[in-house]
Design a protein around this ligand. Structure first.
Ligand SMILES: [Zn+2]
Length: 129
């Protein structure tokens, strides 16, 4: 995947609010670093094209990888495409610095597994709230 455009914290709402709006009220925390925000925004747009009413149960980083849990009512080829889009984003995240979106690799910092480029190495991750 190409490197994504970095989104600054002040710009995150425009990208992540459509995702938050799909989450249950009171459980709208998006626990991923800003390096992944643009990718998640793109994923939401792809999924919305397949199912405008799909819902999001959870968005977090889990063992250095995006965990994007959804519920959808689409079936057949659309469901195949829907699942493939989620899986592609989850796989892409495992090679994308969670701080800046640059190519990265999995590392362990203080017992926490994350994906970071050489520059970040586990520091400076701004997480959406
Ligand atoms: Zn980085």
């Amino acid at each position: 995947m190409d490197q994504v455009t970095r989104i600054l914290p002040g710009e995150s709402d425009a990208v992540l609010d459509p995702v938050r709006a799909r989450m249950p009220e009171g459980f709208r925390r998006i626990g991923i670093g800003q390096g992944w925000w643009a990718m998640v925004g793109e994923l939401d747009a792809k999924l919305a094209a397949l199912d405008p009413d799909y819902s999001v149960r959870q968005v977090k980083a889990d063992f250095g990888r995006l965990d994007y849990v959804t519920t959808t009512t689409v079936t057949g080829d659309d469901l195949v495409a829907f699942r493939a889009a989620v899986r592609a984003a989850e796989i892409a995240s495992s090679r994308m610095c969670e701080a800046c979106g640059a190519p990265g690799s999995s590392s362990v910092e203080g017992g926490w597994v994350g994906v970071y480029c050489e520059q970040h190495g586990g520091a400076d991750v701004v997480t959406a709230t």
